[in-house]
Design a protein around this ligand. Sequence first.
Ligand code: AMP
Length: 316
Amino acid sequence: GKQGTRAAMEADSTTVPFEELYERLEKKPLGEGTYGEVFKARNTRTQEIVALKRIKLDQEEEGMPSTAIREISLLKELSHPNVVKLLDVYCANASSKKLYLVFEMVDMDLKRYVKTKGSLDAATCKSFALQLLEGVECCHTKRILHRDLKPQNLLISTKSNPPALKIADFGLARAFLTPVPKYTHEVVTVWYRSPEILLGSTLYSVPVDIWSCGAIIAEMATLSPLFPGDSEIDTIFRIFRKLGTPTEQEWKGVHALPDMKQSFPKWQHRGWEKIPRMHEIFGPLGISVIADMLKYDPKERISARRALQHPYFVGQ
Ligand code: AMP
């Protein structure tokens, strides 16, 4: 309660206890994500409307690990128009299982935005792709991984024109080292997971986020997920069926990965042109940069910075 510690205090909120500072506005959560429920709330001092995320910590764990609090506090320093701003962090006390993260409020997520619009035109897809990569580039420059990029945590602010895309949950995966599913009832999607993670690699880095970007950007055109597997192996096989089974030639060391098997079927790349709407929305340049984001070998996968320099984004 009152003697709770705010990891890094807001200059204007030091005297007001957290519970009084943020007033929950609706009983029903705005959504449920990987780490817990998100509620609409108001800062009673500034009247600012915020998104309050209540993180559920798993039962066995001894309260809030201090490393996680430190990690999260660092995220408060992160400020970019395409990353949902973390405004405040609060942990009731050392033995509490509850942690609250206060974020800027964004009116929609990408899933709902697409649903209300029916589809996205070529200009909107390019704008969202650009903003997604700008946000990712900023975090990658600071060596912060997302690890779980998906349409559900891409939020869309319709207050501006064109609408602004903002990435939620950047950096949280590292703060909470425990496997994600423990925190929530929500089924964890593996549709946007990179092949190196799906094949059991434990040494992975920023390219995992670029893979997710490629899958998400393609989906902006097709309106249906590229690799909607109901399990990790089903997702892997869906990737192989579309992009061809990877060979040692295109991905050196693939057969050394724990879950890659010589006995897997050998499919051929189906070709991007065959996927509905890809060509009309992205054209050859867009398809080329998406293909670079979906390269099997993480070392050959394009970086966010280079993707932003690609003629698809640079040219008119
Ligand atoms: P997440 O935990 O980030 O995956 O969020 C789960 C859902 O909660 C999202 O799909 C949004 O609908 C909602 N949500 C999360 N963060 C915010 C926010 N900052 N503003 C408004 N809604 C949010």
